[in-house]
Design a protein around this ligand. Structure first.
Ligand code: FE2
Length: 377
């Protein structure tokens, strides 16, 4: 029965005890938030939004909020060595700590998930300032990563209580990034199925797609991937696990360098991937190498007719794949840190709600080339 359903039909099987409106924000712990903020503005076209730190009465850390479309990134740096975030950065390097979800009821989200076995990160808490109140709660997911539930219907401030508007005279143009499409987690050996079950049981998500190591393998290594989605499809969390191959899986390389499970990539949507990727490249964002020419030669045979000029896609190395409902275009950056950990994906969907195995394979072949350059294959 499941095999004959479209992705949209599968999403209707998600349980409805945890309604989610979308991604609220993504918080990264970084070694130097001031400089990282400059990078995300310059290279990706994010805009200055809000700030909290010593000047706003927060003495132990500084946080910069950046916005583009509906995407909000929070970059946080601790100010002293004894801060717990310092230990987090020493272990994992710069990376995603919090995938915050926008909900209508943060207390109920906490009760529904913790009563189903989630480990608490933050009990329901109300933050207030002159702009209203925000309720938040949080639970741990894989590794040290956290899902925060944010209820902001009674708030009209710039981000959260405690933050002030960050005005900056430096405002590079947007690159056309619109919203978070999905965030991918890498988990350890034999941890895929427990993690999938956790998203089903604790969050009410549904498994909309599975790729096994027979479908995603290269000459040297393999991995498995399963995509979890909430009911409206606004929140998708693919999960990867390494698989046995002749050489080290790139998921293992991530786990080695992140020193644990964590977020592998953040996918952000555009409605014109050619213009967006051109803009990002011109600002110094580094992308994975284009797939071999043969990839484009049999493109139409593989995915059917597409609106875009294939030569333009090929020049930029953009990947195209399809599912039963349409097609999608994707391109992946190189890691945005020196550790081969977090990277970004640029995605444009044209009907497709899920992902295709062909792009997965092309992606992992490109990553493997980079892995070999680093001497970690
Ligand atoms: Fe992705």
């Amino acid at each position: 029965m499941l095999e004959t359903m479209t992705t949209s039909q599968k999403m209707t099987l998600a349980k409805d005890f945890l309604p989610i409106n979308g991604t609220d924000h993504i918080e990264l712990y970084v070694g130097n938030a001031k400089q990282a903020a400059h990078f995300y503005k310059t290279a990706f076209g994010f805009q200055s939004c809000a700030y909290s730190g010593p000047e706003t009465g927060v003495k132990d850390r500084a946080s910069y909020v950046l916005q583009q479309g509906k995407i909000r990134l929070v970059l946080t740096t601790p100010l002293k060595s004894e801060h717990p975030i310092t230990a987090h950065i020493a272990k994992h390097g710069d990376g995603v700590k919090i995938l915050a979800l926008w909900v209508d009821d943060a207390c109920k989200a906490y009760e529904e998930t913790t009563s189903r076995g989630a480990k608490s990160y933050m009990e329901p808490t109300t933050l207030t300032d002159e702009h209203g109140e925000v309720k938040m709660s949080g639970i741990y997911t894989y590794g040290e990563t956290v899902h925060l539930f944010v209820e902001r219907k009674n708030y009209n401030g710039v981000f959260l209580p405690g933050y002030k508007e960050w005005k900056s005279s430096y405002a590079p143009e947007s690159t056309g990034l619109l919203h978070v499409d999905h965030c991918v987690g890498n988990v350890g050996w034999n941890r895929m199925n427990p993690t999938i079950k956790w998203y089903e049981d604790v969050m009410g998500f549904v498994n909309i797609l599975s790729f096994d190591d027979k479908q995603i393998n290269t000459e040297y290594s393999a991995l498995m991937s399963k995509v979890m989605s909430n009911g409206n499809g606004y929140v998708k969390f693919p999960i990867n696990e390494p698989a046995e191959g002749k050489k080290k899986s790139q998921i293992e390389e991530y786990l080695d360098f992140y020193e644990g499970e964590g977020v592998q990539h953040i996918a952000v949507a555009t409605n014109n991937i050619i213009d967006t990727v051109k803009a990002l490249k011109s600002r110094g964002v580094e992308f994975l190498d284009a797939p071999p020419n043969a990839y484009y030669e049999d493109l139409i045979a593989r995915v059917g007719k597409i609106d875009e000029d294939i030569a333009a896609l090929q020049e930029l190395g953009i990947l195209v794949d399809c599912d039963e409902e349409g097609y999608l275009l994707q391109l992946f950056t190189k890691p945005v840190e020196d550790r081969p950990t977090l990277f970004f994906e640029i995605i444009q969907r044209k009907g497709a709600q899920s992902f295709g195995a062909g792009n997965f394979k092309a992606l992992f072949e490109s990553i493997e080339k980079e892995q070999a350059k680093r001497g970690n294959l």
